[in-house]
Design a binder for this molecule. Sequence first.
Ligand SMILES: [Mg+2]
Length: 418
Amino acid sequence: MIALADCNNFYVSCERVFKPWLNEKPVIVLSNNDGCAIARSNEAKRLGIKMGAPYYQVKELCQKNRVSVFSSNYELYGDMSKRVVSILMRFTSEAEIYSIDESFLRLDQIHDQIKIAQKMRKMVLKWTGIPISIGIGPTKTLAKMANRMAKKQDTGCLVIRESEKSLIGSVKVRGVWGIGKMIEEKLKRIGIFTALDLINAPAPIIRKVGGAQLERTQKELQGLQCISIEQIPEPKKNVCCSRSFGRTVTDLEELEEAVANHAVRATQKIRKEGSLTYGLQVFIMTNRFSKDPQYSNLKTIGFDEPSDDPIRILSTAKELLRSIYRKGYSYKKAGVLLLNLRTRDQDQGLLFRDHHDEKRKRFVKALESIKNTYGTSSTFLAAQGIDRPWDMKRHRRSPRYTTNWNEIPAIGNGLDPS
Ligand SMILES: [Mg+2]
């Protein structure tokens, strides 16, 4: 059996761990640049705040109902996620970290699965403060469905066994993992409305409607495992780091700082995966919704020798940026893409490779180990800038309680300090 452990309203729950007075109060968390609501407490959902609602549209509603509003604090959420996963790992030999708040776990026990799930929930809640729901099924698709149902139950756990067709009968096809709006429409046209309809439909028809992927979903619903647990994520082919600025940027210098930061972050990502990049792309763009003159451009370069050297990638990115930068425009976004990634063991090597860069490699490794010990902001390259006035808006970000010494929580009386 496979379990899907999913943190409830994860970002909101992370905020509440350190602000217990927000329990049972409406809370939302906003996306980058404080744009849209991307996490909502149940109380906020009840007020009618929709997933992805632009903040300016619900601002009044929030003020009227005293909704607590936070900017996203990915450093905190990432660290809390790591803690949750480390506890879940105690219960399984095989796990797939599916997203920041969801993990698939293989359950080796044949009996008492609900008991195990309850134990997981209790331990995660006690050790991290994060409430989770657990759905269990013979396939990933059924575990996912069980999880949706578990959320609505007080116990927070639910098992769907193969034989329990009655349980999934009433679920609309849209509620099935992997079925989007388009497939839903197509299925409706041939009289398939529920998960049970889908289970009972002839496979050739299903293949005609949604290809092999939909057929796989059908088999999964029937209890046949078709989607395996991916313990090691596929190495990525490309990595992109980009962000909208907190305000418009016109200076080349500020753009350079932003591009330098994206280049360093992108390089960090590929180094973590043990990959090398064969190509680099830099892009810049103005705000297409504004009435100002528009300009966007990108430039790509291939490396003859693949690299994971942040300094080389950064300086090349800056060269590319300079060649596409035009004065007189208000830029809204810049980004860096690393292309054609290969794992290090796929690297062919160059006959006349420059072997003088050993010193640089050691330097980069030293920087990395300092960052690992003292946090990502402890060291950085001067090109990344210090004040970063262009950086995204996060006016409502809570402290990074668990990853920054200057922001660790102070012990109070647990009451709302405001
Ligand atoms: Mg969740």
